[in-house]
Write a protein that binds this ligand. Sequence first.
Ligand code: NAD
Length: 270
Amino acid sequence: MPGRLQNKVALVTGAGSGIGLESSILFAQEGANVVLVDINLEAAQNVVALIATRSPNVKVLATKADVSKEADVKAAVDLAINEFGRLDVMFNNAGIMHPADDNALNTEEHIWDLTMQINLKGVWWGCKYAIIAMRENPTDEAKGLHRGGSIINTASFVALMGAATPQLAYTASKGGVLAMTRELAMVHAREGIRINSLCPGPLKTPLLMDFLDTEEKRQRRLVHLPMGRFGEAVELANAALYLASDESSYVTGTDFKVDGGLSSAYVTAV
Ligand code: NAD
C-alpha cells in the first residue's frame, strides 16, 4: 500500500516538539521525505533519529532556522529543493506563547513584536518561499506528483474566540494567520496551491503545559472543554496529514478546527 504522502516532499517548522514532532513522524510514515526545521537544532535532530528507526525507507533531515528571519526560511526551503528536488507540503507550524504576554495594559512592546515576528511574519516567510518553490514543482504522473502543493499554517482556537485569560499578542498574531491564509488561498487557488489554517484547541504540549503549571490554571480551562480533556499533538498531526495529502484536494482557505468542540460550546457537560 503506498502511503498517503508517497513520493512527496514536506517541510515542517517547529518540528522538534509537539505538533511539529508528531506531524514529522506521521508524514514520514506516510511516505514523504521530510525537512525538519526548528530553532532548536538538537530537538529536530532527535526527531530525525527517531524517524530513521521507524521509517527507514524515506529521507529526513534537520536544519536550524529561526522562522522570523527571511534568510533562514529561504535557506530551509532551498535545502528541500536541493536535496529532494521539489516541495509539496509546507507546514508553517512554529510558534511561541510568551509567558509575559498579557492584556492591553501589561504587555510590553518587545513581547508584542517578538510574538508577531515569529507567529505571523514567520508564517508569511514560509508561505512566500513555499509558493515560489511549488510553482516550479515538476509533474510526474507515474509517481502521483503535480505542480502546486499544500501549505498549512498553524493558527489557534483563540483566533476564533475571546479568552478572559488574555495573551493579547498571541491572539492577535493567530487572527493574522487566519486572515492572511484566506487571502493567500484566493490569490493562489488557480496555481494548484492550496493554503489552509489549522486551528488547534488547547493541547497537552510543552507550549501550553509549561504555562498551565498549576492545577487551578488547568481547571480554569478544562471546565470549558466539551470533552473534558486537553487535546494531544498527534490529533493535530492527523488533521495536518489530511490537509497535506491529496485527500483534501478541494479544501482551501479554510479555518480547519481541531478543538474538541470548544468553539461550538456554550454550556459544557460536567
Ligand atoms: P511546542 O512548544 O511544543 O513546539 C514548538 C516548536 O517550535 C519548538 O520545537 C520550538 O523550538 C520551535 N520554535 C519556536 N520558535 C521558533 C522559531 N522562531 N523558529 C523556528 N522554530 C521555533 O508547541 P506546540 O504546542 O506544538 O505548538 C505548535 C503550534 O501550534 C504553534 O504555532 C502554537 O501557537 C500552535 N497552537 C498550540 C496550541 C497548544 O495548546 N499547544 C493551541 C493552539 C495553537
